[in-house]
Ligand binder design. Structure first.
Ligand code: GLN
Length: 451
């Protein structure tokens, strides 16, 4: 049924870069055979899923939205891919994304943009716009995203779906193509809070193949999603997350959600986190710095594209020609920014200062979490904007992640879930919930209460 749905609508939506028809049917048949034989089934046996094209899939093309990886077929599965298969999940295919996960609209994909199912002329968010659009257009009930600065939560917000960035280290990064390693985190996307929790439990957990993976039990997210009891919980509202630059309908729906939490027995506390105003500039030094280092591996020798190799050129020339032809403008912009920020003489002034800001933001969160159990805010300042509106204005594009970036810098857990439609344009609004590291279960408790 889901393959038929993809056939019917994805020409218009363009959520998928690759549909693995044979693989999906084979996995579905294998689950059927297991069931018929009375063998034990995995926790998500037979449930279809759309996988962001940033995760390696053995034998299935993986492009990360880039021309530089066109035609590359990974020889191994990411840990997340492996865990999904072991749980019996049917992987339908790989979803569209901004090239190397750099963007907030999926317009930076080398393979063309994805439409927002609510209005195909608008962006589905990014970088994981393909995964969110697949959910919102009922092409898959579950999807996987990655969140470096908001790429799970912002697409969830603008498509009225649920997206969770687990605590940093909660989900293995092994086989998840690196953008900014100290920020990148894979997580579940779904249409309901409970579905997201069921997927979270399957994909999370310690992995010796990832040195930053946390060796701690997975928080009891399914139990929390089934409870939804917020009586007596302390909910923080941050002064800095509303006001100037926020669409009126977004603020209105957010205010109503806070009111609902109060009615359900939560205690609402107003807080100030003054360092958050520096989160965006700090992120745009740290993320490009790490990306400039991570993307050095695309050298034309090891993966995918090789340009200009006619037998007369040196390896250096082939590398340069390949990177020129294979990377898009946003990726090049970030490599240049990051290389500059890390260069000798500038390192302390740029990268060093950004790391100090990161510490201040973490401390703001720590102080806040002494007073409250979770923090809520709008996920994005505005609803989905038209395709093309911000492509020539990187700063306007970067502002889409104003509210999501602080949680990445501090490594906290965070969720976005639907929060009604903005009255002025009828488009989805997202509610963001942030919890301290390792307290991912609180997201699900609060999310289930207000969903
Ligand atoms: N939009 C942000 C960026 O372009 C976040 C991307 C992400 O989370 N992968 O860096």
């Amino acid at each position: 049924a889901h393959l038929a749905r993809i056939d019917a609508v994805d020409e218009k939506v363009h959520a998928f870069l690759h549909v693995d028809r044979e693989g999906a049917l084979a996995q579905a048949r294998a689950v059927d055979a297991q069931r018929a034989a009375g063998e034990p089934l995995g926790p998500l046996a037979g449930v279809p899923l759309a996988l962001k094209d940033i995760f390696t899939t053995k034998g299935i093309p993986t492009t990360c939205g880039s021309k530089i990886l066109e035609g590359w077929i990974p020889p191994y599965d990411a840990t997340v891919t492996r865990k999904l298969k072991e749980a019996g999940v049917v992987i339908l295919g790989k979803t569209n994304m901004d090239e190397f996960a750099m963007g907030s609209s999926t317009e930076n994909s080398a393979y063309g943009p994805t439409g927002n199912p609510w209005d195909l002329t608008r962006i589905p968010g990014g970088s994981g716009g393909g995964s969110a659009a697949a959910l919102a257009s009922y092409q898959a009930p579950l999807a996987i995203g990655t969140d470096t600065g908001g790429s799970i939560r912002q697409p969830a917000a603008v498509t009225a779906t649920v997206g969770v960035k687990p605590t940093y280290g909660g989900v293995s990064r092994y086989g998840m193509i690196a953008f900014s390693s100290s920020l990148d985190q894979g997580g579940p996307c779904a249409r309901t809070v409970l579905d997201a929790a069921l997927l979270h439990e399957v994909m999370a957990g310690h992995d010796p193949m990832d040195s930053t993976s946390i060796d701690a039990p997975v928080p009891a997210v399914v139990e929390a999603a089934r409870s939804g009891n917020v009586k007596g919980m302390r909910i923080g509202v941050i002064k800095e997350f509303a006001g100037e630059g926020y669409q009126a309908g977004v603020v209105q729906r957010f205010t109503e959600a806070v009111e609902l939490l109060r009615e359900l027995g939560a205690q609402v506390v107003e807080l100030s986190c003054p360092s958050f105003s520096y989160a965006l500039p700090a992120y745009y030094l740290i993320a490009p710095s790490e990306c400039s280092s991570n993307l050095a591996r695309f050298d034309a020798m090891r993966y995918g594209l090789r340009a200009g190799d006619d037998g007369t050129r040196s390896a250096e020339e082939v590398t340069a020609l390949t990177r020129e032809a294979g990377f898009g403008p946003e990726v090049k912009r970030r490599i240049i920014l990051g290389t500059y920020a890390l260069s000798s003489g500038y390192y302390d002034a740029y990268y060093g200062s950004a790391q100090k800001v990161r510490t201040l933001i973490t401390r703001d969160f720590q102080r806040a979490f002494e007073q409250v159990d979770v923090i809520v805010s709008p996920t994005t300042p505005t609803t989905a904007f038209p395709i093309g509106e911000r492509t020539d204005d990187p700063m306007a594009m970067y502002l889409a992640d104003l509210c999501t970036i602080p949680a990445n810098l501090a490594g906290n857990a965070a969720m976005s879930l639907p929060c009604g439609l903005a009255p002025e344009d009828g488009l989805p609004v997202g509610l963001q919930i942030v919890a301290p590291a390792l307290k991912d279960d609180r997201l699900y408790r609060v999310g289930a209460a207000v969903e």
